[in-house]
Structures are given as C-alpha cells and as structure tokens.
Write a protein of this length. Structure first.
Length: 135
C-alpha cells in the first residue's frame, strides 16, 4: 500500500515469498528477520553481506564456518588469514603478529624461522660455541 504499511502474517503455518527473477526487501531505516528457532539463507551462487557500519556475528555455541573447494581468506585492517584448498595456512600482517599463551607448541617435519636475518635452523654462534644447539 503506497504510503502505508503492508503486513503479511500466518499464525497457523509457514509463509513464503517467491518470484521467477528476484525478491527485494528495502526499507528506509530497518529490516529485521527473526525466528523462534531457525533461520536459513541459501544461495546456489554467490552470497554477499555488506554493512556500511559495524557488522556483528555472534553465536552462543557450536559456531562453524565451513568452506568446501577453493581457498578461504579473511582480511581485517590489512591483516590476512588464508587457508588454501590444500589445507596450507598463511598469516600476514602489515604491522606485527603476537602470540601469547602459557604454552605454545609448534611441530613440523621441515621449515625454518628467521628473525632479523638469523635462521633458527641454520644459524652460527658468535660466542664461540661449537655445533648446533642441543635438541
């Protein structure tokens, strides 16, 4: 109804909006979707969510984000976490990466860590110590 309000309500069963080419919901201020138990959004192709302001995703428990096929990448303020389709994980930051915990374990069959040009695996001791550090 032009200039008024449109309300569709079903208290006994479900309700749907269907169209051959598209369905749009536009409001000057707010669009709300609420459900007592479950909300499903499905797309056979791409799905895009854009917010001009703060975007919040919150779940109380059981949160799972799953990507099948292809790479997955999250970029926030120039910092990137990327998981390739093969399962490789890449973390990049334009400033710094900090890890803080009572215990940190890193295990790998190969690789190296280089800080300020000094290799953890292939460094030499300037103090006169001989050989590689004890393992």
């Amino acid at each position: 109804v032009a200039g008024g309000q449109f309300q569709a309500k079903s208290s006994a069963a479900s309700m749907s909006l269907n169209a051959k080419t598209g369905v749009g919901i536009v409001a000057g201020t707010t669009v709300s979707i609420e459900a007592g138990t479950f909300v499903s959004i499905e797309a056979a192709g791409a799905l895009s969510v854009t917010a001009g302001g703060k975007y919040t995703f919150a779940a109380k428990k059981g949160t799972k984000i799953e990507v099948e096929g292809g790479d997955a990448e999250i970029t926030i303020n120039g910092a990137t976490v990327k998981v390739t389709e093969a399962g490789d994980v890449e973390i990049e930051s334009p400033t710094k990466i900090s890890l803080t915990a009572p215990e940190i374990n890193a295990t790998a069959a190969s690789g190296d860590i280089t800080i300020n040009g000094v290799s953890l695996v292939n460094h030499t001791h300037m103090s006169g110590a001989v050989g590689k550090p004890d393992k």
